[in-house]
Design a protein around this ligand. Structure first.
Ligand SMILES: CC/C=C\C/C=C\CCCC/C=C/C(=O)SCCNC(=O)CCNC(=O)[C@H](O)C(C)(C)COP(=O)(O)OP(=O)(O)OC[C@H]1O[C@@H](n2cnc3c(N)ncnc32)[C@H](O)[C@@H]1OP(=O)(O)O
Length: 280
């Protein structure tokens, strides 16, 4: 048995070195930094969504950990949102499971008793914006990066729960404009409308995120957690009571010719842009 151990260890080490982790977790004293790590742009496929859900769950179970900073290993991109290739020409079974993973990750992150801060150094469209809005606070870098729910621009519609989280963050009228026009804004504008709490130079994003997290963690823990639940449970419950219906709506909507042709057009445009960039 003892002689088997090094072999087992070597195999485990080899497996770790060949399977890059989709989410990196770095533990500090009483909080963790969770970095999305799916190259090139952290587009949220089913496996990444599940990895985020599992990461948050494992931190909730660690009695030393009270909070987390959600971030990206790519300083240019926080997350490109849902992986469009999951929705384009899908297999129905996988599409349902993919949406279930998205629902679960949203519910986990939005209602986690951990204090959460999003450290947004790079772009954060659509599903990326949702992940950030699920956190208790958001810090974003000044300059180029954009954040927002741009679904309408792709010819698709965000589900009611993405809308609800945005309404809870920036209010009804700003959501009506952002969502209807598919707007993305920079950090300064984001701060003006309450989408972003702090807009800072990119090199300060992490230190300010830590400062905000420590502020949340300075509040007596049970009071903080109960207040978070009081603020968020109603919104989460709305989806929990309609999980199957929401999944079916998504699958039916996604499989329509109209949505498929909108996604085909959008993917082609992304590809063309990437090719033009590579040719430079
Ligand atoms: C009735 C209602 C019921 C249910 C609802 C129904 C429908 C559901 C909608 C659900 C809500 C949807 C949420 C979403 O998140 S949709 C995704 C939206 N995301 C985007 O629009 C972002 C698209 N990407 C970009 O804008 C840029 O890529 C980005 C992030 C700014 C980065 O730019 P850059 O660094 O220049 O990188 P490239 O553009 O060159 O991209 C590199 C590489 O990545 C591919 N890619 C980019 N984004 C995605 C993506 N979201 N999914 C899949 N792939 C993506 C891109 O094509 C390039 O690929 P290549 O192979 O060419 O290298």
């Amino acid at each position: 048995m003892l002689r088997c151990l090094p072999t087992f260890r070597a195999r485990a080490a080899r497996a770790m070195s060949t399977t890059p982790s989709l989410v990196q977790i770095e533990k500090k004293d009483n909080y963790a930094i969770v970095r999305l790590s799916r190259a090139p742009v952290n587009s949220l496929n089913m496996e990444l969504l599940q990895a985020i859900d599992e990461a948050v769950q494992s931190l909730e179970q660690d009695k030393n950990i009270k909070g987390m900073i959600l971030s990206s290993t790519n300083p240019k991109i926080f997350s490109a949102g849902l992986d469009i290739t999951e929705m384009y020409q899908p297999k129905t079974k996988r599409l349902r499971e993919f949406w279930r993973a998205f629902q679960n990750t949203y519910l986990r992150l939005y209602t986690t008793p951990l204090a959460t801060v999003a450290a947004i150094e790079g772009h954060s469209p659509a599903g990326g914006c949702l992940l950030a809005m699920c956190c208790d606070s958001r810090v974003m870098s000044l300059g180029g990066p954009l954040i927002g729910l741009n679904e309408t621009k792709l010819g698709i519609v965000a589900p009611f729960w993405m809308r609800d989280v945005m309404v809870n963050t920036i209010g009804h009228r700003e959501t009506e404009k952002m969502l209807g026009l598919g707007l993305q804004v920079n950090a300064l504008r984001g701060k003006e409308i309450g989408l972003i709490d702090e807009a800072v130079p990119v090199e300060q994003v992490h230190s300010v995120a830590e400062k905000l997290l420590l502020e949340w963690l300075s509040i007596p823990s049970s009071a903080r957690k109960l207040t978070k639940a009081m603020m968020r449970d109603e919104t989460a419950q709305k989806l929990r009571s309609r999980l199957d219906e929401d999944r079916s709506n998504f699958v039916d909507f996604c499989e329509t010719d109209k949505v498929q042709s909108a996604l085909a057009g959008y993917l082609a445009a992304l590809k063309k842009k990437a090719e033009a960039k590579a040719a430079k």
